[in-house]
Design a protein. Structure first.
Length: 357
């Protein structure tokens, strides 16, 4: 009974935390005539109006867009296909108000509205920092460039709503490989499942499951996409099997399993459920505060295109796995905790059905 109550309270906390999304409220305030809905990871929102559909992309707090004091977070409102910037809204900053006002009055933000998406991404917009507010204006320019670059690369366009049949077929193959690995429990099938998932999703498609994606997926699923189909499969399977994604697909889980096989002096950590539940709530709170990076860490390190920071992250996790295998998976991972809660709920439901029968 105590365990059931804890799970119930955690699920309620999860729902309540995300029901009061600060960014969603911010968009509703600025676009009262539009219906606002979060549709995907990386703080992407859909704004549905009577005559148009817009998308809003937020700068991540861990981007390099940092002023003299701290990060500058903007909301870029773009058209559905990310071909033009319709509006740029200031979400939060820690700069001296006078410096920020100086940069804003100089027309830096308004200039980006007519600069063109491709010019902004390539750094050829012709917009430069304002003398006297260099750090602040540089942060604004960087925030706009990084956010529109992420939006252009990661927001699915109209064609993505109906992906090619070949991609859907490959997704089904990945799902079938995962099912066989879960139920037949053959080591070779497990590594085939890892290889197919990592090769197809993070490397080829540049997509990966994360807590951020699941948060956006639950209220408004995009089923007819490869990552949407995979998310549906994992969410359903997690009610019947304990953390199938972690043990048969997740690249961090693979590093931990390989680390266990390498002979080295290891410090083992048992599955600390209390710590995982606490970290799960912490990650949700950080998400609400705008620290989106924590909901995709460390999974985004495995997604193409790669950069030095991603490679270093992978190497660090690989080295840590040699001596502290499963320390992330069993103690900190919020995604694994969500799947674990689902499994517990599934067991409670099955036991309840058995008692009635």
């Amino acid at each position: 009974m105590k365990k059931t109550l804890m799970i119930f309270l955690l699920l309620c906390s999860f729902i309540m935390l995300h029901a009061e999304d600060l960014r969603k409220e911010f968009l509703i305030k600025n676009y009262p005539d539009h219906k606002v809905k979060m549709i995907s990871q990386d703080s992407l929102y859909l704004l549905k109006g009577d005559k148009e559909i817009l998308k809003a992309f937020f700068t991540d707090k861990f981007s390099s867009a940092r002023g003299y004091v701290g990060p500058v977070i903007l909301a870029l409102i773009v058209d559905e296909d990310v071909t033009s910037v319709r509006d740029i809204l200031l979400f939060s900053h820690n700069e001296t108000p006078g410096f920020f006002r100086m940069a804003e009055n100089a027309g830096i933000i308004k200039a980006h509205l007519s600069a063109g998406v491709d010019n902004i991404i390539s750094g050829q917009s012709g917009i430069s920092a304002v003398s006297g507010a260099t750090f602040t204006s540089d942060a604004i320019i960087t925030a706009i460039r990084e956010t529109i670059t992420l939006a252009k690369a990661d927001v699915p366009n109209k064609s993505a709503k109906k992906p090619p049949l070949m991609l859907l077929m490959l997704t089904v193959i990945v799902i079938l490989a995962g099912l066989l690995a879960v139920y037949l429990k053959k080591p070779i099938l497990r590594y085939i499942s890892f290889a197919l998932y990592i090769g197809f999703f993070p490397v080829f498609l540049g997509r990966i499951l994360s807590l951020n994606y699941i948060i956006g997926y639950l209220p408004s699923p995009v089923i007819l996409t490869p990552i949407g189909l995979l998310a549906a499969f994992i969410l359903i399977l997690s009610f019947f099997k304990n953390r199938p994604y972690c043990f048969y697909m997740c690249p961090v889980g693979l590093l931990s399993q390989l680390g266990c096989k390498v002979k080295s002096k290891k410090c083992t950590f048992r599955d600390n459920r209390t710590l995982r539940l606490m970290s799960f709530l912490l990650f949700n709170i950080l998400y609400l505060l705008g620290f989106v990076y924590f909901t995709v860490f460390p999974f985004m390190a495995f997604v193409t295109p790669y950069n030095p920071l991603k490679i270093i992250t992978i190497i660090v996790f690989a080295v840590v796995s040699l001596f502290l295998p499963y320390i992330w998976c069993n103690n900190l991972c919020p995604l694994g905790t969500l799947f674990s809660i689902q499994f517990d709920m599934g067991r409670i439901l099955k036991n309840a059905i058995k008692k009635r029968v």
